[in-house]
Design a protein around this ligand. Structure first.
Ligand SMILES: [Fe+2]
Ligand SMILES: [Fe+2]
Length: 186
């Protein structure tokens, strides 16, 4: 190994002894080590807001799934159901990460709609429902993008999880635009 390389490595990495010592201190904090440089309280608050958003989205998509009626409703209803299940998956991922970071996931129905970024709108007909879902997805996309930027390199695990969710919300928005185009309503 070149001499210069060795030097760079030394200044970049924490030595083994210090790493071992740090890991033994505060083991009750679990995954949250001294090297965690994000503002944990803020990350937990953001994750709980995202959790509320996902739960509201599950409820709205479920409502739309059961209320979708008419000749062409079947394929749209199937899309609503798939989205509902995927939003539930996001909610579960967020809740698990909150616990991993030493927080508590807020599943309280009280104030749920206030904590959520997206709204619960029932919609009058099929096209209206799709439009409301699209608005909600666009809100989620923007808020996840901001959260990803906030986490940056301070909490790469949370950031990667949020990036995965963000990619799926973008797919959802795309699906909904296709549906609107199909109905000639975009
Ligand atoms: Fe989601
Ligand atoms: Fe979504």
């Amino acid at each position: 190994m070149a001499k210069g390389n060795k030097k760079r490595k030394k200044t970049f990495l924490t030595d083994v002894q210090t790493l071992r010592k740090r890991a033994r201190a505060h083991i009750e904090r679990g995954a949250v080590t001294d090297g965690y440089s994000a503002d944990r309280e803020t990350v937990l608050k953001l994750l709980n807001e995202a959790l509320a958003t996902e739960l509201i989205c599950v409820l709205r998509y479920k409502r739309h799934y059961f209320m979708a009626t008419g000749l062409e409703a079947q394929s749209v209803a199937a899309e609503f159901l798939q989205h509902a299940n995927e939003e539930q998956g996001h909610a579960d991922e967020l809740a698990a990460r909150i616990v991993q970071l030493g927080g508590e996931p807020n599943f309280s129905p009280e104030g749920l709609a206030m904590r959520s970024h997206a709204e619960y709108v029932e919609g009058d007909d099929l096209v209206d429902m799709i439009k409301e879902d699209l608005v909600a997805e666009r809100i989620a996309i923007d808020s996840y993008r901001e959260m990803v930027a906030y986490c940056g390199n301070d909490d790469p695990t949370t950031r990667r999880m949020l990036e995965g969710i963000l990619a799926m919300e973008e797919e959802h928005a795309d699906d909904l635009v296709s549906l609107l185009e199909h109905f000639g309503a975009s």
